[in-house]
Design a protein around this ligand. Sequence first.
Ligand code: TLP
Length: 350
Amino acid sequence: MSAGTGQPFDLRSDTVTRPSAAMRRAMAEAEVGDDVYREDPTTRRLEERVAELVGTEAALFVPSGTMANQVALLCHCRPGDEVVVGEGTHCAFYESGAAPAWSGVQFQTVGRGGLFGADDVRAGVKPRAYYCPRTSLVVVENTHNRAGGRVFPEADVAAIAATCRELGLALHMDGARLWHAAAATGRPVHALAAPADSVAVAFSKGLGAPVGSALCGSRALVEAALRFRKMLGGGMRQVGILAAGALHALEHHHARLVEDHEAARALGEALAEVPGLGVAPVETNIVMVTVPHDAALFVAAAREAGVLVSAFGPWNLRLVTHLDVSGPRFAACIAALRAAFERELARGGP
Ligand code: TLP
């Protein structure tokens, strides 16, 4: 069982894609310069293109989504500040404690399941008193990874932004998969990004580039971000080689994201028919499955059948579709996975 490349179907993440021959060619042929001197023409072109798509004055190429978020926190916060987030937000859950380490902030979690509303922000903000941490920032993640690729509803983001303005807080959007939110809703990326003061977008997830994210915002924010990126060791030299991969991804892999959503929906529907499995509603390219016993045993059963999936908690699995798997052979992947899970369910656990 394979995705047609001799490799197993790898649904652990949309970060696992390998650059196509055309993308590698574009990278090899990229015009480059020293980007610490801001002299890399391909990176400049990428930053301008991304700012245009996201609808901001400027954008800064960074090596990872983690650095995009951490630079945003450094731009918006001071040590001792508090940041309001939803449950399972990447910058609080998956960034190795970088936020307290580099920005000196702590997190206040609000809402349930990752999403939240303006009233949750109001309830989460600390009183403006010298003995409380100063709430300075709210982060929304769109789409929300641990919530199962859910789109953060546009009306909620608008209401949160209005509350932020009223309370003097900044709003950061972790839009690593904002492209997917746009594809799922039919809304332009810039419309979904508009309420935020800073927006992180990734090229290395569904878009299929090997490396890179961008932090987008006002010219002043990006100027501050340039300094913080350097402080974190993210000043890169002939980085146009990577920027060319991201530009290629934007040009060739953006419009096709709906195919990943269709594949994920088909996968979710097939697994939902299996008694004993719980499948969360599928909105984009992520399928979350609840299993009745140790998720690790389901991961092992899937691996034996040639499909890699992630355990996302003791009884949860995450399956992510992307351009290396969503093609015509994906039906075979669904069938193999379904059969593997049925076998594991019949075995009944440890
Ligand atoms: N997410 C990864 C893992 O870290 C969980 C994945 O496989 O989905 N924001 C969001 C919403 C993300 O999902 C990720 C990566 C990041 C930021 C960080 O991006 P990188 O990996 O480039 O630092």
